[in-house]
Design a protein around this ligand. Structure first.
Ligand code: HEC
Length: 186
């Protein structure tokens, strides 16, 4: 009898485990989407810069970044980029993202490697649950042309024209620029 009870108990917990969302599977899915998004965005940006120069890169980033993000969203997933200092105000960080970005800054200052700052979490939102995932985006040398302290005049003009409220300049290579952020309603 006791064995049967144990068997029933373990079957029940298996059923619960299969039913509840698996954090590491969700995280793997989020990372795949980020890989696709960032790969496509980088290719679009590089193609635009090599054919029309940096000012064209600004335009392509403006038109393509939201479209490519949409391509890698869907099926309940939402992918994007955010920052504490945004260029496009629709990339503004929400409270969860803001707090985590501040945490990234503190940890990077005390020597933590960017790759260790990935965060996956299931957040309760009233009676719904949302899977959230974020990973840092660091600035490399190619980014300073559009996010650094001294932009070429034509680049600056393009940015001013499309983003009059731009906050995303003044960065140096190696700094935290922002993050990829992924959500899925569970
Ligand atoms: C040719 C200019 C250009 C280059 C080079 C460039 N960016 Fe951007 N970046 C932009 C523009 C324009 C936007 C706004 C896109 C939009 O409207 O969604 C942007 C937005 C972003 C955002 C989203 C948050 C925000 O501020 O709205 C991040 C993060 C970002 N860039 C990081 C980078 C990194 C990292 C690199 C280097 C690998 C880089 N960028 C290179 C022009 C550029």
């Amino acid at each position: 009898m006791r064995h049967i009870i144990y068997l029933l108990l373990s079957l029940t917990s298996l059923a619960v485990a299969a039913d509840s969302p698996n954090l590491s599977e969700l995280q793997a899915d989020a990372q795949q989407r980020i890989k696709g998004f960032s790969g496509d965005l980088k290719s679009a940006l590089q193609a635009a810069i090599s054919s029309g120069g940096l000012p064209d890169g600004v335009k392509v980033c403006k038109d393509q970044a939201p479209r490519i993000a949409e391509k890698w969203s869907g099926d309940g997933w939402q992918i994007g980029r955010t920052s504490l200092k945004v260029r496009n105000s629709s990339n503004q960080a929400d409270a969860w993202e803001q707090q985590l970005l501040l945490d990234y800054m503190a940890k990077l200052t005390s020597g933590t490697k960017p790759a260790q700052l990935k965060r996956a979490e299931i957040v309760s939102n009233g009676d719904t649950e949302v899977f959230r995932y974020m990973q840092p985006i660091m600035l490399d040398t190619m980014c300073v042309a559009c996010h650094g302290s001294q932009l070429a005049k034509p680049v600056q003009q393009q940015i001013q024209q499309h983003y009059p409220a731009d906050l995303a300049t003044g960065y140096s290579p190696g700094e935290l620029r922002g993050a990829f952020t992924v959500k899925k309603q569970l």
